[in-house]
Design a protein. Structure first.
Length: 314
């Protein structure tokens, strides 16, 4: 067994939290085993064990474990600096894209270089990223959402738009990874509605959809409720919850999910305008989904703590 210790940083974006490992400096032989062990919410990385935890500057959710490990490689010979991103999830799988993870990558790269603009190489394509002046928020270009059945993918010839799948009415699309979006009536603040979004047992209703035959690669499953349709002077507001493939549970926030929710709401005519605010449990995200071209995702990012972890945790 290797006793090698791997330095890492922990960051989060609206509560979607990640361990970050500099892949240029650290070798982790079995990345899946590393992620499975250290992301575990009961036995994984514990911030209380490390200096810098809750340092008063970037006070994160400070939960044990994480939603994934970002292995990053920086290529400063490019302008803007390029970062190659690989996300290994708590079940050991590798995700092709992660919106909140990419926002964390931009902040991590800023903390190393002082730059504010980056290109991030993901398995879903190369994405432009920027951090704001004090690096408390990051914006990612998210590519163009697609409902094309071959690209979601869904196992049928027509787009899957607002149809029943395993007990939910679902719209299927790909925003870098596959998503199923299901709109429900009551928003988080509709406290008198017994069926409001937060009353739904997501851990019970999502897995049958996540594993449905119509999704050959599986899907992340989002519940969404339109709070404001954007017909007034402000952008639309949508409450969101996401059950993530790879985490196999609900996360505090999902960036590709937020873009999927807004793109699906636009497709179904539920909101007006190309900008919207998504409200996952972990905070607020600003999304744009233009009629053509790249969507964008903007929201807060924060550093939690720094430490070292065993490279081979078995
Ligand atoms: N949390 C992410 C999504 C990560 C990928 C997803 N779990 C999958 O496997 O499809 C985000 O912020 O987009």
């Amino acid at each position: 067994m290797s006793m090698h210790a791997v330095p890492f940083e922990k960051y989060h974006g609206t509560g979607n939290d990640f361990l970050v490992v500099d892949a240029d400096k650290q070798s982790v032989r079995d990345r899946a085993a590393f992620a499975r062990a250290h992301c575990d919410r009961e036995t994984g990385v514990d911030g209380a064990a490390f200096d810098g935890h809750g340092d008063g500057h970037d006070d994160g959710p400070n939960r044990r474990g994480a939603d994934g490990v970002l292995f990053l490689s920086v290529e400063t010979r490019f302008d803007p600096t390029r970062v190659v991103m690989t996300l290994v999830q708590p079940d050991g799988s590798t995700a092709t894209m992660c919106g909140n993870g990419a926002r964390v990558v931009a902040r991590w790269a800023h903390d190393r270089t002082g730059d504010h603009e980056f290109m991030i190489d993901t398995q879903a394509g190369t994405r432009h990223a920027s951090v704001n002046a004090d690096a408390t928020a990051a914006t990612i270009e998210m590519g163009a959402p697609t409902f094309d059945p071959r690209r979601v993918p869904v196992a049928r010839d027509d787009p899957l738009i607002d149809e029943p799948v395993e007990g939910l009415r679902v719209t299927a699309l790909n925003t870098g990874v596959p998503h199923a979006v299901s709109f429900v009536d009551g928003g988080r603040d509709d406290v008198d509605d017994p069926d409001r979004i937060d009353e739904i047992d997501l851990d019970a209703v999502a897995p049958p959809v996540r594993h449905a035959d119509v999704f050959p690669d599986g899907a992340n499953v989002n519940l969404a409720s339109v709070v404001d349709d954007g017909s007034g002077s402000d952008p639309a507001v949508i409450d969101q919850r996401t059950f993530e493939r790879g985490v196999e549970g609900e996360t505090r926030s999902c960036g590709t999910g937020a873009v999927a929710v807004v793109a699906a709401a636009r497709r179904l005519g539920l909101i007006e305008g190309e900008s919207a605010v998504s409200r996952p449990p972990g905070g607020e995200l600003e999304i744009t989904v233009p009629d053509a071209g790249h969507a964008t995702l903007t929201g807060p990012v924060a550093h939690e703590f720094t430490g070292t972890l065993p490279a081979d945790p078995r």
